[in-house]
Every structure is written in structure tokens, then in C-alpha cells.
Design a protein around this ligand. Structure first.
Ligand SMILES: [Zn+2]
Length: 434
């Protein structure tokens, strides 16, 4: 068996690992880069008019035979670990006849991103895998392990062929709402692994233990308890763990939890896979706001049905305006227009609940400035979607692999300070034969 990391040995984002035997070739993830080769933020709009050949030349797409056109034998399968852009964002370039293997909920998230974002990724040939159920592609066997991560439905993979094995950690943590999933993994981890491809997003950033999602919930409760104020929370509409923390904090403080139609739709669609709150008679405190731009976009697309299904749970701007002290609302920059039309909203709390790095982005900065200029008090309440050092050590201890290969990290050179197992630092495009 051989493997090659096309991107990710020295960067976070654009994850793509090729694994092959004499007969079979597969890819693990096919993500959009987050950084340019010079370290600047990656901006796909610069490249969007280019053809596949030009994108390969510019290093945006990896040069992989049988992945794009029909001139070579097609790749046998691409396996997606979870629905974060940096793990699946380039899928629309893949030949539609290549088989895709992914979690059913992951496919659902990719499809709803087609509705709510400019993305257009159609997966024609999808096979859904189940956690801990091995499946076979040619002579390669893959076992998905469920992971605790800020993306819903995330997996790590054990990849085996010819008596050799690789474990691809994907993105994971142990301080989220699925902490027990990681705990179970440590008691049930694959053994005799030759190479552990271990994500190190947080290596070099911090060696302290990270706050847990229940601790985030407690911090939110503290802020929500302040009297007479509306609480706005800027978080990812797809960070389900965080939305659950906000929901629970609302229950504890007797607040109405207002989400907009986009977040409502995410919760509704994913509620079939997990016991999460969504607009329904079972979750009375959950109300749905219809933002101007999102509603117009859905109507123009002919997707009015998405709006109508929430009309029983609708809350108007006037109703929000009459009950600031009882309201917690999830917001994002495109809702500024709506906030402008809620009279008297000034002077509430704005809780920023995402990675700090995004605060440097112009759009985020502008939105935060808009709110603080309206006398909102800024709070930063967040925990990482990725493993802290202790959790990384626990995964290594559980698997006890023969080698560790740094991936999804800017600081692969620091792995040897943390782990006692031999570290093999590879370069993008380098082949390792096992
Ligand atoms: Zn991720």
C-alpha cells in the first residue's frame, strides 16, 4: 500500500490524501485550501474562471490522474470525512462518475449549502457509510470511526490493504458534546497501525486544555442572566454542538431562542439524525425569524416551501422589539439590514462564538463594529473544534502507531516535542510506500 498527502503536510486546509495499491486508488477528502502558497488567505474567486488544467498548473487542484476527465482509468472512490469546506470544497471538479463515500448527514449538509451559499456541488454517485462498519473499495478496506468535532457527522478512517494500515484522524476533539464518542474510541481504537496521519490544527497555538461545550453553555448562561438586554450570538449555523449549548442556556434562563430560516432549516434537516432541537411543538422556546435577504433569495430560487414550513414558528421584528429581555438570537452579517429595522435594539450583548481569527476578516470586523457602534457589549465565548494537546496524546496512546505523520497543521516540526513515537514529516506530493 502507498499513500501521498497532496496537501496538508504544512498547512491547515485543502486536505487531500491519496491511498493506492496495485489495483485500487482512493482519495481521503478533497478540500478547498484556506491559504495561498504565500500564506495569504485563499480567495477562490481569483480562480473561478479557470479550467481544470490551469487550476492544476496554479496548484489549486492536485494533479491526480483519473479524477477529472475520462482520459485515464477513473479513481475508485473519494471518501469525505466531514462537511467542512477545507475537506470537501473542491468536489465539484471531480468527474461525476467517481464514486463518493460519505455519511448521509454529511451529504445533507453539502446539499443545503447548495441552497444557502453560492456553492454548487452535486454528488451523483453517493454511497453512505456507517460508523464502525468496514467497507471495501477494490482491495482496500475502510473503517469509519465517529468523531467528536464541530462539524456534525465527522469521521476518522482506518485504511487497510495487504496487511498494512493507515489511520487518518480527520478533524476531531474530545471537549465537544460527543466527548463520550472519543472516550469510547480510546477503549476501542485500532491496533498495529503503521502510520497515523494526525491532525495538529492547535499544535503550536496552545498547550492548555480547551473549554468544554458544557462550560461554554455555563458562560452563556452568565451573560444571558443580565437583565433587560437582548442577546445576539454570532456563530456558525452549522456548528450544531454550539447551537445546542445556546439552546440549553436559553432553557436555563427562560429565553426565547430565535434562529433565522437558514439555521432553522439546518436544525430541521439534521434532526432526523440526532436528538437536536428544531422548530416544532416539542421545542416551544425555538422561534424562527425571516431575514430579508435570505427570504428573498429563497423566493427567487423557487424555494418558498423552505420558508412556509416554518410559518407556524415565525417571530416578527415587532415581536422581538417588544421582548428584548426574553430574546437570544443567532445573527450573521447578512442580517444587518434586519437588525436596522428592529426599533430600540441598541445596547444589548453581542456574543462572538467562532474562531478568533475570523475577527480579522473585513466582513466580520465591519459587523462587530456596526453592533458596538450601537452600544452593544462584546463578549467572546468560544471553544475550538479541534483537539487540544492532551487529547492528541490520548489518541496516540490509544492507537500506539508505529509512525506519526503530521497533517492539517502549520507546525509539524513541533510534533516531536509532544509525542514519543517516531514522527515522519512528509512534504506535499511525496509518496510513502508501506
Ligand atoms: Zn473540520
Amino acid at each position: 500500500m502507498n499513500f501521498k498527502i497532496h496537501r496538508g503536510t504544512h498547512e491547515i486546509g485543502g486536505s487531500c490524501v491519496e491511498v493506492w495499491t496495485e489495483n485500487t486508488r482512493i482519495l481521503l477528502d478533497f478540500g478547498m485550501p484556506l491559504v495561498e502558497p504565500n500564506g495569504n488567505e485563499f480567495d477562490f474567486s481569483k480562480y473561478k474562471l479557470l479550467e481544470v488544467g490551469e487550476l492544476i498548473q496554479k496548484g489549486v487542484l492536485p494533479d491526480i490522474k483519473g479524477l477529472y476527465d475520462d482520459s485515464d482509468k477513473l479513481l475508485d472512490g473519494v471518501i469525505i470525512s466531514h462537511a467542512h469546506q477545507d475537506h470537501y470544497g473542491l468536489l465539484n471538479f471531480i468527474n461525476p462518475n467517481v464514486r463518493h463515500f460519505l455519511g448521509e448527514a454529511t451529504h445533507k449538509i453539502i446539499e443545503l449549502n447548495n441552497i444557502f451559499t453560492p456553492q454548487d456541488i452535486k454528488i451523483v454517485s453517493a454511497t453512505y457509510f456507517e460508523k464502525e462498519q468496514p467497507f471495501q473499495i477494490g482491495d482496500i478496506s475502510i473503517t469509519p470511526y465517529w468523531a467528536d468535532h464541530s462539524a456534525f457527522d465527522a469521521y476518522s478512517f482506518l485504511v487497510e490493504a495487504n496487511g498494512k494500515s493507515i489511520f487518518y484522524s480527520g478533524d476531531f476533539r474530545s471537549h465537544g458534546r460527543k466527548a463520550n464518542v472519543f472516550k469510547r474510541f480510546t477503549h476501542n481504537a485500532p491496533q498495529n497501525v503503521d502510520y497515523l496521519l494526525l491532525e495538529g490544527t492547535t499544535i503550536g497555538r496552545s498547550d492548555k486544555p480547551f473549554k468544554t461545550e458544557p462550560e461554554i453553555e455555563n458562560e452563556l448562561v452568565e451573560v444571558f442572566r443580565q437583565p433587560e438586554k437582548i442577546n445576539l450570538v454570532y456563530t456558525s449555523g452549522q456548528n450544531i454542538d454550539r447551537l445546542v449549548s445556546i439552546y440549553k442556556a436559553c432553557v436555563r434562563t427562560n429565553k426565547t431562542f430565535v434562529v433565522d430560516v437558514y439555521v432553522a432549516y439546518v436544525l430541521k434537516e439534521l434532526s432526523q439524525y440526532a436528538g437536536i432541537p428544531f422548530p416544532s411543538i416539542n421545542f416551544e422556546i425555538l422561534k424562527v425569524m425571516f431575514p430579508h435577504y435570505t427570504s428573498r433569495r429563497l423566493t427567487n430560487q423557487g424555494n418558498q416551501a423552505i420558508l412556509y414550513q416554518f410559518k407556524e414558528y415565525k417571530i416578527t421584528k415587532e415581536e422581538i422589539s417588544s421582548q428584548f429581555k426574553d430574546t437570544v438570537m443567532v445573527v450573521r452579517p447578512s442580517m444587518q439590514f434586519d437588525l436596522d429595522h428592529i426599533p430600540g435594539i441598541e445596547g444589548g450583548n453581542i456574543i462572538y462564538s467562532m474562531w478568533e481569527g475570523y475577527l480579522k476578516k473585513a466582513g466580520t470586523r465591519k459587523f462587530m463594529d456596526y453592533l458596538t457602534n450601537r452600544q452593544f457589549i462584546f463578549y467572546n465565548i468560544h471553544t475550538s473544534g479541534h483537539a487540544d494537546t492532551e487529547t492528541l496524546k490520548q489518541m496516540v496512546e490509544a492507537i500506539n502507531p508505529k509512525h506519526i505523520v503530521p497533517i492539517h497543521t502549520f507546525n509539524g516540526n513541533e510534533y516531536q516535542k509532544i509525542f514519543t513515537i517516531p514522527i515522519i514529516e512528509m512534504n506535499d506530493g511525496e509518496t510513502k510506500e508501506i
